[in-house]
Design a protein around this ligand. Structure first.
Ligand SMILES: Nc1ncnc2c1ncn2[C@@H]1O[C@H](COP(=O)(O)OP(=O)(O)OP(=O)(O)O)[C@@H](O)[C@H]1O
Length: 338
C-alpha cells in the first residue's frame, strides 16, 4: 500500500524560549521506509515527530508529506498517525470504541467503522478484547490497541514515539517483531523514536542519530555502527560504548598534531597473551552469553573489553589486549571521522 507518502523535512527549526529543540533538521524519508530516530533525552526527537504531526508549528523550515508542503494543513487533515508511549487511550471507551474513535470523528459510518476496527484488532491479535475497557487489558495489549487505532486511520505516515518503552523485555521483543511485520505488510512510511539500542540497530532501514536538535548522522544501522561520523555517534550507538582514547595513547598515535582521538569497540579488543596492550582487570560484568571486562592500562586509560563468558577472570588480574587494526576509528581534533 505504499502510496508515495515520503516525508521531507527541510531546515526545520523549533525553539521553546531560549531552547532550540529542533535546530535545522534536514531529513528525507522515502515512501515506505522505516527509520528509527535515536538520541539522548532532550535531543529533539519527539519535537520532530510533533512538527510532522502538526501538533507544533515550526519557527522555520518546512514539513512535506508526499511532496505537499503541510504548512497550512491542520493536524487532523494530515495523512499522519502518531502513537505515543503512554497509549493515550480513553479510559471510558471500550477497546472497540477507542479504535473507532478517529473514524467516527471523520464521520465514517458506524458499521464501516466497526468493520475496520474489528479487522485491525484481528491483525494485532486483540480481537477478543474489543468489548473490554483499557484498564482490563495488559500494557502490551493496550499498546496494540493504540497501534490498531493508528492502523484504521490508514495514514501514509506513522509516527511512533517510543511505543514499546513501557513494555517488559519479553513483550518488547514480540511487539517489535509485530511492528516490523506490520510495516512490511503496510509498506507505510514510519518514523520510530526509541531509546533502545537493539531497536535502533534492528528495526529500521536507516537510523537517524540526533543530538541537541540536529541530525548527527543518518544511514543504514550497520554502516553507522561501523563508520560513525563523529565521536558523539561513536559513543552513542553501541552498548557498552566505543572506547575513545584522546591522542590515541595505547591504541597508537593519532598522527598530525596529536589532537585527535582513536576509538575501538569493546568487541574489537581481543584477549591475547602476546597482545601489545597491557591492562589490569578492574571489574567483570557477566551477562550470561558474554562478559564485559573493565580494564585499566598503566597510563590510566580505561578500556572496556567484550569477551566470551566463563573465562574465570577477576578484578586485579593482569591481561594483554590486541586491538583489531581493521577496526580502529580515527577522529580529528574536532571529533569528526578522518
Ligand atoms: N512544550 C515545551 N515547552 C518547552 N520546552 C520544551 C517543550 N517541548 C520540548 N521542550 C524542550 O525541547 C527539547 C527537546 O525536547 P524533545 O521532547 O523533543 O526531546 P526528546 O529527544 O524527545 O527527549 P526524550 O528522549 O527525553 O523524550 C528539550 O530541551 C525539552 O525540554
Amino acid at each position: 500500500m505504499a502510496d508515495g507518502s515520503g516525508v521531507r523535512l527541510t531546515g526545520l527549526v523549533k525553539a521553546y524560549g531560549p531552547v532550540r529543540a529542533v535546530d535545522g533538521v534536514d531529513l528525507d524519508v522515502p515512501a515506505g521506509e522505516l527509520v528509527t530516530v535515536v538520541g539522548p533525552s532532550g535531543s529533539g526527537k519527539s519535537t520532530v515527530l510533533r512538527l510532522i504531526a502538526g501538533l507544533e508549528r515550526p519557527d522555520a523550515g518546512t514539513v512535506a508529506v508526499g511532496g505537499q508542503d503541510l504548512r497550512d494543513v491542520p493536524p487532523h487533515r494530515r495523512a499522519v498517525a502518531m502513537v505515543f508511549q503512554d497509549y493515550a487511550l480513553y479510559p471510558h471507551l471500550t477497546v472497540r470504541e477507542n479504535i473507532m474513535f478517529g473514524l467516527r470523528v471523520r464521520k465514517v459510518p458506524k458499521d464501516e467503522a466497526r468493520r475496520q476496527a474489528a479487522a485491525a484488532a484481528d491483525q494485532l491479535g486483540i480481537a477478543d478484547l474489543l468489548d473490554r475497557y483499557p484498564d482490563q487489558a495488559s500494557g502490551g495489549q493496550r499498546q496494540r490497541v493504540a497501534l490498531a487505532r493508528a492502523l484504521v486511520r490508514a495514514p501514509g505516515v506513522y509516527l511512533l514515539d517510543e511505543p514499546l518503552a513501557s513494555l517488559d523485555a519479553q513483550l518488547r521483543l514480540t511487539t517489535r517483531a509485530d511492528l516490523v511485520a506490520l510495516h512490511r505488510q503496510l509498506g507505510s512510511t514510519t518514523l520510530h523514536v526509541t531509546h533502545d539500542q537493539a531497536e535502533a540497530m534492528t528495526l529500521g532501514d536507516r537510523v537517524v542519530v540526533m543530538d541537541a536538535g540536529r541530525v548527527r548522522q543518518a544511514g543504514p544501522p550497520q554502516e553507522v555502527y561501523d563508520a560513525p561520523a563523529d565521536t558523539f555517534v561513536a559513543r552513542f550507538l553501541g552498548s557498552p560504548p566505543m572506547n575513545l582514547v584522546p591522542g590515541g595513547g595505547v591504541l597508537g598515535g593519532t598522527g598530525g598534531d596529536g589532537g585527535g582521538t582513536v576509538g575501538i569497540r569493546p568487541e574489537d579488543l581481543a584477549l591475547d597473551p602476546d597482545g601489545p596492550i597491557e591492562a589490569t582487570v578492574e571489574a567483570v560484568e557477566t551477562l550470561g552469553s558474554e562478559a564485559v571486562l573493565l580494564t585499566r592500562c598503566p597510563d590510566g586509560v580505561r578500556l572496556t573489553v567484550r569477551t566470551p563468558p566463563r573465562l574465570g577472570l577477576r578484578s586485579g588480574d593482569g591481561v594483554r589486549l590486541r586491538p583489531d587494526p581493521q577496526r580502529l576509528h580515527r577522529f580529528d581534533g574536532s571529533g569528526r571521522r578522518q
